[in-house]
Design a protein around this ligand. Sequence first.
Ligand code: SF4
Ligand code: SF4
Length: 62
Amino acid sequence: MAFIVTLDEDKCEGCEECVDVCPVEVFEMEDDKSVPVNADECLGCESCVEVCEPGAITIEEI
Ligand code: SF4
Ligand code: SF4
């Protein structure tokens, strides 16, 4: 099973919640925005989706 992690940079408010919650360190902060640098590691748990208040993150199973 694999997942596509999409992050809408325009919606991201830089709170770092997704960086803290992801169990496999998919996200890193770059210039006050979160970037899914390790998307290949995504487990599809959707914890990041739940903590992202502006709804910037989408997880899609492929
Ligand atoms: S949780 Fe959402 S708003 Fe916060 S850094 Fe991550 S993507 Fe940006
Ligand atoms: S769905 Fe889970 S494993 Fe995938 S990026 Fe979000 S928190 Fe990390």
